[in-house]
Design a protein around this ligand. Structure first.
Ligand code: KIV
Length: 363
């Protein structure tokens, strides 16, 4: 009898316990569901939606009251993950350089540049503004060319033909403001060497008075007399033979020069004419490699190549091509040493996304 009573009491207690437990566990489920959804939206990628926690909640949501409570809970959609630029980027020493060239012996004179022939390879790069001027001068170039390639590189033209003397004066002055420690050579743009000597002299004078140490003129024997006269007035001149970008419309496109005998002979005549006119250096663009090598060994001024093989007395390139900043197809001889265009685009897209997501980047 006593045993029977005991059994009855135990069963009653168990029933009560069950009754009490039931709603509590439902409430718990609802709270967990609520927190887990919003937390997940912040912390976890969408794929973790099948986690144990969610499965348990789904299993437990069977009774009516739970369904009702769940309806009232605003379910937030998980936010897609956006790459955020770190607020604490790894510390970098901005002054640290991987390569450093001894700048102490670089002199901003044409005499110095000419004297390098036979001693070491000469390096020239283009610049059109103060920042690039400073950078490439610090890198140790022997000369900066303010080329009329500014037209295709910065100004959005298809060729260098639309570039004016005013453009060249403007960019030459900017390069000078970068205070480079090397020689600055400025290009005479299309047409300046073919109108009259007075016009040529006046344009060269403007370039010199706005920061150039010397001017560059495209052409060989046809412009040699004018070059001689300029040199006589105290304006140092760099020659430019082979492919002449200012004649691209006349020659029907960019191509190699000096591949056949006649053209090779003409290049030789051009190079000698420029030497005799007093050029302190000559650029050889897109020239057959063997011809460029021979010419370099035959003329007194340094022959500085671009797309003319590696046996010239030096090399010049368009800096924007070299740094990967040129969007259009590059000339085949350019091997870019950086991807600044792509890197810049990635950095800017990241910034735009961060701002759209109200994630201000602070240092
Ligand atoms: O304008 C220029 O940049 C040039 C170099 C390519 C030699 O003439």
């Amino acid at each position: 009898m006593a045993d029977e009573k005991k059994l009855k009491v135990t069963t009653e207690v168990k029933k009560m316990e069950k009754k009490e437990k039931s709603p509590t566990s439902v409430k718990k489920t609802v709270r967990r569901k609520k927190t887990s959804v919003s937390k997940k939206a912040k912390d976890k990628p969408e794929s973790s939606d099948t986690s144990e926690e969610t499965k348990v909640s789904k299993k437990e949501v069977v009774s009516e009251p739970v369904k009702e409570v769940l309806k009232e809970v605003p379910v937030q959609q998980p936010v897609a993950e956006v790459p955020v630029v770190s607020r604490h980027p790894p510390k970098r020493n901005l002054n640290q350089r991987r390569y450093s060239v001894d700048l102490s012996d670089i002199k901003p004179t044409t005499k110095y540049l000419s004297s390098l022939k036979g001693k070491r390879s000469i390096v020239g790069l283009t610049a059109y503004d103060a920042i690039m001027s400073k950078l490439i001068s610090k890198a140790g170039v022997d000369f900066i060319l303010v080329g009329d390639s500014v037209g295709t590189t910065l100004l959005g033209y298809d060729t260098t033909i639309p570039v004016t003397i005013n453009d060249m004066v403007y960019h030459t002055a900017a390069v000078r403001r970068g205070n480079p420690g090397c020689l600055v050579v400025a290009d005479l743009p299309f047409g300046e060497a073919s109108l009259s000597f007075d016009r040529l002299l006046d344009s060269a004078r403007r370039l010199m008075q706005n920061g150039a140490d010397a001017v560059k003129i495209e052409g060989g024997k046809d412009v040699a007399d004018d070059i001689e006269k300029l040199v006589a007035t105290g304006i140092p001149v760099m020659g430019h033979i082979g492919l002449l970008p200012q004649t691209v419309k006349a020659i029907g496109g960019y191509r190699k020069f000096g591949v056949d005998r006649e053209e090779a002979d003409n290049l030789y005549t051009d190079a000698i004419s420029l030497e005799e006119a007093g050029c302190f250096a000559v650029i050889a663009e897109m020239m057959d490699e063997r011809i460029a090598t021979q010419l370099a060994s035959q003329i007194l001024p340094p022959l500085i190549g671009i797309g003319s093989g590696d046996q010239c007395d030096g090399q010049i390139l368009v800096t924007h091509d070299l740094l990967g900043l040129t969007p259009s197809p590059l000339p085949s001889f350019v091997k870019p040493c950086a991807t600044l265009g792509l890197d810049g685009l990635n950095a800017l897209s990241g910034y735009v996304q961060n701002i759209r997501n109200r994630q201000l980047v602070r240092k």
